[in-house]
Design a binder for this molecule. Structure first.
Ligand code: ATP
Length: 346
């Protein structure tokens, strides 16, 4: 059971031409710059935007020409699109009702889904009486209640404030994993994509420029855009007591003291500072030594590769490069704030 799609959408000024494959239980994270065609791809798959070529196959069924409501696809949009006049329960029951499920049974299914997303106490509330995070969970429950063969999510967390987004991100990952079918998630945030997705698909100008696991894409970015976006330092390790012991050597102090067990830790190259001398300051920082192995221009900044425990990519401005007189072979000190390290269960 899987999604096998070639989606083509031709517009006067833009052409999307994408081939995708996703197995059951697999989460694809679709990332790319503004206007790359991410939403067009999702809308094409859903039948909301007419495709002008290609072929979409879902579990062996050809979807081309099939109406959106008959595609067995669950949709979650950025702004949720809940019916304002219906309660949370009725919103979730709506899908099964449209599919012909009797009212009682549809409400039963809806209640079950609200329970799974932790909102059984909010069943009677209208969307206007729900927070952003609660609305997001209702929207997810509504999509899942139809037992879809494919789940499509367009920036599902982007309307939330930072704190809520952080909490819901892990929940969403759990729901996507237990859902069982293939899913596609559009996001602007590479860290979010890495947390939510098993495989990243990078779209640029209507085409896939790269796809692979987070580690593959991070290690060998195919374009400048990918390098900037996902040029993340990504480490595997084990967390306990507010620290991550990195598998390949080294340790990070992190802000999340409750995290424990196998984790990934991600740090943006721009969040690491480089010094020639050992820095001395009191704030909760991670400081470690390394040796520069490479210096590379990347658009308007310079990316430095440093070998150490752990190794790291560091972005500096051309001015900083000149001021510090940095070059391959030099020994340097690196620092990163605990808050700059995103650690999440592996
Ligand atoms: N309804 C439309 N009619 C004509 N052109 C459109 C329409 N919707 C989008 N486009 C164009 O198609 C291209 C792809 O847009 P799309 O919204 O799919 O990109 P995106 O990757 O989702 O961007 P963003 O990250 O900004 O949401 C853009 O050039 C956009 O201007």
């Amino acid at each position: 059971m899987s999604l096998l799609a070639h989606v083509r959408v031709e517009r006067p000024t833009f052409t999307l031409d994408v081939r995708l494959h996703a197995d059951d239980g697999q989460v694809l994270g679709v990332i790319g710059p503004n206007g790359a065609g991410k939403t067009t791809l999702l809308r094409g798959l859903a039948g909301l935007t007419p495709t002008t070529g290609g072929r979409i196959e879902l579990n062996g069924r050809v979807l081309d020409g099939v109406r959106t409501e008959d595609r067995r696809i669950g949709l979650v949009f950025q702004d949720y699109l809940l019916f304002p006049h219906l309660s949370a329960l009725e919103n979730v029951a709506y899908g099964p009702r449209v599919q012909g499920t009797p009212k009682r049974e549809a409400r039963e299914t809806a209640r079950e889904w609200l329970m799974r997303v932790g909102l059984e106490d909010h069943a009677g509330r209208k969307p206007g009486q729900l927070s952003g995070g609660q609305s997001q969970r209702v929207a997810l429950a509504r999509a899942l209640a139809t037992d879809p063969d494919l789940l499509l999510l367009d920036e599902p967390l982007s309307a939330l404030d930072a704190g809520t987004r952080l909490r819901l991100r892990t929940d969403l990952r759990t729901h996507l994993t237990s859902y069982g079918g293939p899913s596609l998630v559009i996001t602007h945030d590479p860290i979010e994509a890495m947390i939510l997705a098993d495989r990243l698909v990078v779209l640029e100008d209507g085409r896939i420029v790269q796809q692979g696991s987070a580690t593959e894409v991070t290690r060998r970015p195919a374009t400048d855009y990918v390098a900037r976006l996902v040029g993340l330092n990504l480490y595997r390790g084990s967390a306990a007591d507010g620290r991550v012991a990195i598998r390949s050597g080294g340790e990070f102090v992190i802000t999340d003291r409750d995290l424990s067990g196998p984790v990934h830790a991600a740090v943006r190259p721009s969040e690491i500072a480089v010094y020639r001398e050992e820095p001395t300051h009191g704030s909760p920082r991670n400081t470690w030594r390394g040796r520069i192995t490479g210096v590379e221009a990347l658009g308007d900044r310079i990316r430095i590769a440093v070998d150490g425990e752990p190794p790291a990519l560091v972005d500096v401005t051309p001015d900083a490069l000149a001021d510090l007189d940095l070059a391959a072979g030099q020994d340097v000190w690196l620092t990163a704030k605990a808050s700059a390290i995103t650690a999440y269960p592996a």
